[in-house]
Design a binder for this molecule. Structure first.
Ligand SMILES: Cc1ncc(COP(=O)(O)O)c(C=O)c1O
Length: 386
């Protein structure tokens, strides 16, 4: 099978990187950084883009700028990459873990609403894998209950909900450009916002508390240096220019794969919400269901056949050793715990393959989802003999 490697680069990355190397400014003050912020914000339909060196510090930055700190509670999904919760802990606030819902792989709006208390300052939704969280429900809950909505959109470059870009529904949306993401520069991050004041404060924090147009040595607030480098911006501009074409390719391949596997009831794909007008297809997620099927057998078989596949996270976020020490609140999360045992994902590079490879991948998945059919047949034969 011809499965493309990731990350990938073209002549365009080389040209832009060379232009940085030939300039006297390699850091965050190179005009390519501002150009990338502007182009990425435009892609997602946001007024402002504030870049930083990764998508963990952007989450911490978002919480700090929104004034979230000691004693505040922030509701997060029980399933995500660690940064969604660790950012809350890093600013001294308390992550409150709530369950994911149905087969969305995303925070359940009803469970999040139930977890709101007088101390709740924000809900962080994660747009996991390929599906956006229910932004209609979360914007409504947050408006009604007076809590802030923050989108962890680290998986959702180019994605949209009712034709509006992911990362623009809450007070801010945070993106990652880490090595495996659909737009990547090894590392990188960005906050989006339509709020001029938030943007100004975030930009100032990233840049040592400076104010635009004022002295380099005048620092007005206690900030830090989180600036994205010009090398990152150069690579990301090239990646941005290919994003739409790659999303189209992945979408077409997902449609084919799902059509070919439509009768395999052991595979339950992540639900695609109707209101989601475009997915990035960062991960192709699913679950192996049914008494006779086994996710671990599925994972072993597809991996042996050469498909890149991850057997989900080994535990929920709150089961991480760090949350035996760090303060947190844990609500019952039976769905999240079930996913740990039966979910999987394929990375987006598989979805950039040619049609022949996708067809081969589908037959590998078909076989792998039903390995225990042989076992079942043997067990049936044995019990018939008894
Ligand atoms: C959902 C989610 N949030 C945040 C991050 C953190 O981003 P970074 O690796 O750029 O720090 C990641 C992954 O890398 C992620 O998957």
């Amino acid at each position: 099978m011809r499965i493309p490697a990731w990350p990938e680069s073209t002549q365009r990355e080389q040209e832009l990187l060379a232009s940085v190397l030939q300039s006297p400014q390699w850091g965050g003050f190179h005009p390519l950084v501002a150009e990338f912020e502007e182009r990425f914000a435009r892609l997602q339909q946001a007024r402002h883009g504030i870049s930083a060196f990764n998508g963990t510090v952007t989450l911490e930055l978002a919480l700090s700028v929104l004034g979230i700190g000691a004693g505040d509670e922030v509701i997060v999904p029980a399933i995500s990459f660690v940064s969604t919760a660790s950012a809350v802990s890093r600013v001294g606030a308390i992550p409150v873990f709530a369950d994911i819902g149905g087969n969305t792989f995303n925070l359940d709006p009803a469970k999040a609403a139930e977890a709101i208390t007088g101390k709740t300052k924000a809900i962080i939704v994660v747009h996991f894998g390929a599906a956006l969280a229910d932004l209609d429900a979360f914007t409504k809950i947050c408006a009604e209950r007076g809590v802030m909505l923050i989108e962890d959109a680290a998986h959702a470059h180019g994605a949209s909900w009712r034709n509006r870009g992911a990362g623009t529904f809450g007070r801010t949306g945070s993106f990652s450009f880490q090595n495996g993401k659909v737009m990547c520069a090894g590392e990188g991050g960005m906050l989006l916002s339509d709020d001029d004041e938030f943007a100004e404060r975030a930009r100032s924090f990233v840049n040592q508390g400076r104010r635009a147009g004022e002295s380099f040595y005048a620092h007005y607030t206690v900030g830090s240096n989180l600036r994205m480098t010009a090398f990152q911006a150069a690579v990301l501009i090239a990646q941005l220019e290919r994003l739409r074409e790659q999303i189209d390719r992945r979408t077409e391949n997902v449609r084919l794969l799902k059509r070919l596997l439509a009768d395999v009831e052991e595979i339950e794909w992540q639900a695609e919400p109707q209101e989601m007008t475009r997915s990035s297809w960062y991960l192709l997620c699913g679950r192996i269901r049914g008494e006779r099927a086994s996710r671990d057998e599925f994972h072993r078989a597809v991996t042996e056949a050469g498909l890149p596949c991850t057997p989900f996270y080994p535990h929920t976020l709150y089961q991480n050793p760090m949350y035996r020490e760090a303060p947190c609140v844990v609500h019952a999360c039976p769905n999240a715990e079930a996913y740990v045992g039966d979910a999987f994902w394929f990375p987006h590079r598989l979805l950039l393959a040619d049609e022949e490879t996708i067809r081969e991948a589908a037959s590998v998945m078909r076989e792998a989802a039903r390995p225990s059919a042989h076992v079942v047949a043997r067990v049936r034969r044995e019990s018939a003999r008894d």
